[in-house]
Write a protein that binds this ligand. Structure first.
Ligand SMILES: [Zn+2]
Length: 311
């Protein structure tokens, strides 16, 4: 019996789970306090701490050096070059395993979710930006550390400004903020339209649009479909590079499901390299929802500690 705690550190929220032998036995969600992310993280881990916990896993949105667990930088999380692994080990006195949050989510989907039994999988997470992870030969592939940051591959030269400081990244057209921007642009052109009436609050988010789409608003469905098309175009580039057997789409926007993935599949089927001679890999929704990063972190900690004990 191995008990571990997994934590998913995001820019705005922080989720902790305690896992016993692959079963999530406790979970808690916290709002993260900007600059004091690690202070909040330590308090959150302590909430779920029991004496039988043998290791901690932590997933962070951004560039994380693995296995030394240094958070190098990320556009949505404050701070840089933070030795998170060392800090957690000093605080709790057990080994810590720290990695990119999408790698953690991929591990969770591979062992407990949509990718069980698969070997070559891409996880694409859609939220504030696009995150991603590569599973190759049944294991997370990290490159020299930072593989899977395809939210920042060039989608359009001199395109829209990205949070990372560059222009035209894929996530500027396929993410929650991209959908919200399409909504604002549409409403500016059609201030008396139904969508503008539905979205009266000027600070509406992507979620407001996806809810309107779910409620049958045709304009909102059209906007979701535009983002889905941009998703599909980018996926084609990933398929050309990795030739995965399966693509799992997760994250807040990914959970929207068919109204987003349907257009993505259609565009990808049209644009895939050698399309009339090869099948499009299945593009499916992630199964573990917002907990996947924290669950994967706990699983990585369990795997890591078992590998250490086996030595
Ligand atoms: Zn970027």
């Amino acid at each position: 019996m191995v008990a571990t705690v997994g934590i998913d550190l995001g820019g705005s929220k922080l989720l902790v789970v305690r896992v016993d032998d692959g079963d999530v036995v406790e979970r808690e969600l916290f709002a993260s306090a900007g600059e004091d992310l690690l202070v909040t993280a330590k308090a959150a881990i302590r909430e779920l701490w029991t004496d039988d916990v043998v290791a901690i896993g932590a997933g962070i949105a951004g560039l994380v050096r693995y296995p030394d667990g240094v958070f190098v930088w990320g556009p949505h999380v404050a701070g840089s070059n933070i030795p998170v692994r060392q800090i957690l080990e000093d605080e709790f006195g057990v080994p810590a395993f720290v990695d990119n949050d999408a790698n953690m989510a991929a591990l969770a989907e591979l062992h407990l979710g949509a990718a069980v039994g698969r070997q070559d999988v891409l996880l694409v997470t859609l939220g504030t930006g696009i995150g991603g992870a590569v599973v190759a030969n049944g294991d997370v592939y990290r490159g020299s550390s930072f593989a899977g940051e395809w939210g920042h591959m060039l989608y359009q030269a001199n395109g829209l400004q990205c949070d990372c400081g560059k222009r035209g990244c894929w996530e500027t057209v396929a993410s929650g903020p991209a959908l919200a921007r399409l909504g604002r642009e549409f409403n500016a052109l059609n201030p008396d339209g139904q969508l503008a009436k539905t979205l009266r609050d000027a600070n509406f988010s992507a979620e407001t649009i996806t809810s309107a789409a779910d409620a049958g608003d045709e304009t909102a469905r059209g906007l979701v479909s535009q983002v889905g098309a941009a998703l599909g175009q980018g996926l084609c580039s990933l398929i050309a590079i990795f030739d995965p057997e399966l693509i799992v789409v997760g994250g807040g926007l990914g959970s929207v499901g068919e109204s987003l993935l349907g257009p993505a599949r259609r565009i990808a089927a049209d644009a895939i390299h050698g399309g009339s001679h090869r099948p499009l890999p299945p593009i499916v929704v992630a199964e573990l929802g917002p907990e996947s990063g924290a669950i994967g972190a706990a699983l990585l900690a369990a795997q890591g500690i078992q590998a250490q004990l086996a030595r």
